[in-house]
Each structure stands twice: as structure tokens, then as C-alpha cells.
Design a protein around this ligand. Sequence first.
Ligand SMILES: Nc1ncnc2c1ncn2[C@@H]1O[C@H](COP(=O)(O)OP(=O)(O)OP(=O)(O)O)[C@@H](O)[C@H]1O
Ligand SMILES: [Mg+2]
Length: 445
Amino acid sequence: MATIDGLVIKDAVKVERIGVHSHIRGLGLNDRLEPAQTADGMVGQLAARQAAGFIVKMIQEGKIAGRALLITGEPGTGKTAIAMAISKALGSDTPFVSITASEVFSTEINKTESLTQAFRRAIGIQIKEETEVLEGEVVALEIDRPASGVGPKVGRLTMRTTDMETIYDLGSKMVDACIREHIVAGDVVQVDKASGRVTRIGRAFTRSHDYDAMGPQVKFVQCPDGEIQKRRETVHTVCLHDVDVINSRTQGYVALFSGDTGEIKAEVRDQINKKVLEWREEGKARFVPGVLFIDEAHMLDIECFSFLNRAIEGELSPLLIMATNRLISKVRGTDIESAHGMPSDLLDRMLIIQAEGYTSEEISRILRIRADEEGVKIDSKALELLTKLANSTSMRYCIQLISVAEVLRQRSRKESVTTEEIGKAYKMFYDSKRSEKFLTDSFIQ
Ligand SMILES: Nc1ncnc2c1ncn2[C@@H]1O[C@H](COP(=O)(O)OP(=O)(O)OP(=O)(O)O)[C@@H](O)[C@H]1O
Ligand SMILES: [Mg+2]
């Protein structure tokens, strides 16, 4: 989440309701990176979760340049779920960019540009900035309005801390800012000297008895101590890609809002790299290398793979995590058969985590967690039946049946979902195996 001038900007597109992975809150590991059978919404998959935990640790310690991770396993074994758990475990301060391999193939920008942008979105920079502010309790605010009613206003602001009191002359801009913020005597305010922005921090405690009625939004604070003029250190976190966009002359910062960034010249990127590395040397900026997650990685082609080979070895590279459910298949764009549909030189650079299948008990637990997440009451017999069905069909299909069964329960006004609703839902919607059988039975005789 970014903040601009105190406004919190939420990434509205990625806000999920009850999504497929919304029950996952982390990797479910303890301090010694040992996984619990069920924790943070994750069930089983112990070895993979522990390995993912080590990766998280490495990211947090910043030891990840030149690394890549591949999560493999059959469809529905929780590869994407593990990646989501990694993102949750990292917390919101570390950038986590998640894309699907097919997003790279767009007609507007070429594949490598699209990958480069994704890479650079996954690198955060924390830029430190020192600003001078005036902070104190307003003792009096006098505004002189011109007698004719038009023309610039001037005024005086008396501010105090517990140690001193000073009068400042205000120009018309500052007067307007104070009027806009409804500043009155007794407010504790902060004035940014560079921009002239006035922010109300709260009301002074000493004034808490001034009025009988006050809304719940009024915050009481202590009158500041020390000098009125203070130095404040603020830290802005931006990603390298945003810096690129702002500095690319053809696009400008407006492109940040439209998302229509086009291609960014290599020279611009080189210059920015040089600049931010300089800032790092001077202690003004800190890099926060994050994670770029590419799901369905077998959809990338040979050109993308060769680009990745080199990109992960760059100095400013995030950790690359890829997931695929392919076993041996053709590398896209070639006739070469290779493990996971990826060239062997890239596979050689990667650490591989294998997601394994689930036991019936684990499936039952995952289904129970999903039912809880969706707020669906399900009785134990129904859950047993659902688990059995998951063994003959797939876990994913049974997760979907939960919501269908819930709609059926509402219609029959029952307390909880029973085997009857599960049975009905099962008959109503086919799973892939039955659908395939239906096709073969009716067309190939
Ligand atoms: N260990 C687990 N704990 C809790 N939920 C899980 C676990 N594994 C999988 N799930 C849930 O099961 C569903 C299917 O898993 P997921 O989408 O991660 O499979 P996948 O391995 O990415 O499959 P595909 O190869 O088809 O992309 C998701 O809703 C996921 O959240
Ligand atoms: Mg997946």
C-alpha cells in the first residue's frame, strides 16, 4: 500500500473477497522454523512449508541476489497456496509481486520489457528525507481580513510548547491553509516548513474541558515539549518501477495512475540504478529486495527463460519464485523436451520445492478450514462424504461444492449443510473426470 501526502492508496484491483486462498494467513511455522500440522490456515505439506520458511528468512536477511525458487507438484497440491503463504509471512513491508506467465505476452510491450517491469516492481527502496517542521499548540490565530473584502489576507499564529512560545507572521497561503483545516486555539498542529502544509495532530489535553460535547473523532494529545522548530525524518517506500515511470520523459508520473507505462528506455533505468546506488552509499536510501512470483511458469517461452537466466544474476534482483504443474514437457518456442517445461540451464540455477499430495485427513482439514472461511456450517457426516469425494474427484472441486451446498442449505432452511446438499451439489455440477467420461461415452463408441 502506498501513501501520497498522507492519503492511503489501496490497490483496489487486487482486493479479494473470499478468494481461493483467503484462508491462508502465513506458513504456520514456529520460531525455529518448524511447521505445525495445521496453522495459519495451512495444512500438511510440512517439508515444503519448512523450505519456504528458510527462503523467507533468507529474504529478510537480504541474502538472496541471484536466487530462484521453483515450486513443483501435481495440480491442486497447493503450490500457489505456498507462494501466497510466503507473501503473508514476509509482511507488507517487503514487496511481493505476483503475475501469471501469460501476462507477459501482451501486444503493447514486449516480453522482456514486461518481465523487467515486474522485476523492478519487486524491488522496494526506502528513501529517507529530513524535513523541518513547526510543532506546537496553537495559542492564538489572528487573521486580518482586508477592509474592502477582497485582496490577500495576512495573520499571526502564536504557537507554544511546554518550553517556549513564538509568534509567526502568516502570508495569505498559510492563512488559507489554516482556514481550510479549521485550526483554532487549543489545537496541536504541525506545519511543514518546505510545503507550508498544516496538519492537525489533535487537541491539547489542557483544553479538554472547554466544550461539553465533542465528537468521538477528537483526539487529545499532550502539548509538545522542546523547541517549536524540529527536524523530522520521514521514510518513503517506493518501488524501483515507480521511480522509472516518474523519470521516463515520455510517460511522466501520470502513467502511474493510468498504468499505461509503455516501454522504458534502458538509459533511463541505468541512470536510476546509478542514482539509487549512490543514495545507498550516502545512507539516504535502503534497498528492500522483494519477491517476484510467476505462476504457471511453463507458459513462458525460451526467450523469457534466457532473459531470466541473466536477470536473476543482476545486483538489483529480487528473489524469483516460479510454480508449475508440468512434469516433462516441451519448452515453449522449441522442440526440446525438458523437466517442468523449462530449459536445463535455468533449472540448474534454481532451488526446487516439491509439493506433495494429501492424505484423507489433511484434505478433510483443508475442507473444514475452507468451510469456516466461507462461514458455512457443515456437519461431520457431510464433511466425511466430501472428503471421500475429494479422493475420487479433486480437492479443488470439493472446495467449490461447499459454496454450492451452502446455497442449497439456505433454500431448504436447514441448520447446517448435510450429506443431502452435498449429494445434490455433486449431481448438479460435474467434475473433470465425470465430464471426460461423459464425452468419451457419448462420442467415442
Ligand atoms: N496445504 C494447504 N493448506 C491449506 N489450503 C491448501 C493447501 N494446499 C492447497 N490448499 C488450497 O487448495 C486449493 C488448491 O490449491 P492451489 O491453487 O494452491 O493449487 P496449485 O498447486 O497451485 O494447483 P495448479 O497446479 O492447478 O495451479 C486452494 O484453494 C488452496 O488455497
Ligand atoms: Mg496454481
